[in-house]
Write a protein that binds this ligand. Sequence first.
Ligand code: CO8
Length: 263
Amino acid sequence: MEFITYEQDGYVGIVTINRERALNALNSQVLEELEATFDAIDLDATRAVILTGAGEKSFVAGADIGEMSTLTKAEGEAFGKKGNDVFRKIETFPLPVIAAINGFALGGGCEISMSCDIRICSENAVFGQPEVGLGITPGFGGTQRLARLVGEGMAKQMIYTARNIKADEAYRIGLVNAVYPLEELLPAAKKMAAGIAANAPIAVRNCKKAINEGMQVDMDAAIVIEEKLFGDCFETEDQKAGMGNFLEKDKEKKLKVVPFQNK
Ligand code: CO8
C-alpha cells in the first residue's frame, strides 16, 4: 500500500490515509487501497476501527481535483460510484468506525467522515462541501448524509454556500461529537474505541446494524429490525457471561465480562 497504513492496537484497528503532500486528497488509488484495507481487517481480532489522516493539517482535503478535472460525464459518474461504494462499505462495515478528524475535512473528506459511525475532531478541523464552487455537486454521499446528520436546512446552507465551518461550529450543529486539542485527538479516539471493544462484540455489531437499517425504514419496520437483532444476542456466550456476572453480584467479574465470543 502506498497511501494507506494500518495498525492493529489490541482490538482496535487504526486506518490512516497517508498522502500528506496532497493533504490526503482521495484519488482512485487511495480509494482502492482504502477498500482493500477494510476488506483485510480481521473481524475476529478487531472490535472497533479508527479512521484518520496523516500529518497535523488535514484529515482529507477532498477528492483529487487534478484527477477529476478532465473527467467526462460517464467518467465522473463512475468516479462518484467508486467513492460511494467504498464509503458505503465503511458505513455498513460490521464494526463501529470512529473518524478522528485531524484538520481539513472538505468535500470528499467531510463525506468520508460522515460514512463513519462517530466523528470527533481536533480544534484545527475545518469542514465544508465546497463542490458548487468547483462546478460540481457533492458526489460521495454529501447531499444525502449531511442532511440526515445536521438537518435539511443546515445541510442546504452549507452545500449551496460552499462555506467552510470550523470545529466549534461543527460541534454546535452536531456534525461532530467532541473537539480536542490536536495532540489529544488520537488518544481520545483510542480510548473511545477501547471502551467500545470492552463491550460484547455481537451486541455492539447488532446495535450498529439496528440503528443503520432502522433509520432507513418507518418505525413499525424499524422496531422489527431491532427485535430480530435483540433476539439474536440471546444464547450467545456474551449474553450468558454479561448477565451471569451481574446476577452473581461479583463486582470484579461484572467489570470484566471478557473474553466475549466474537462471532
Ligand atoms: N485535490 C488535489 N490536490 C489537493 C487537494 C485536492 N482536493 N487539496 C489540496 N491539494 C494539494 C494542493 O494542490 C497542494 O499541492 P502542491 O503542493 O503540489 O501545489 C497541496 O495539496 C497543499 O495544498 P495547498 O497548498 O492548497 O495548502 P493550503 O494550506 O494553502 O490550503 C486547502 C489548504 C484550503 C485545503 C486547499 O488545499 C484547498 O482548498 N483544497 C481543495 C479543497 C476542496 O475543494 N476539496 C473538495 C474537492 S471536491 C470533492 O471532494 C468532491 C467529492 C465528490 C467527488 C465526486 C466525483 C464525481
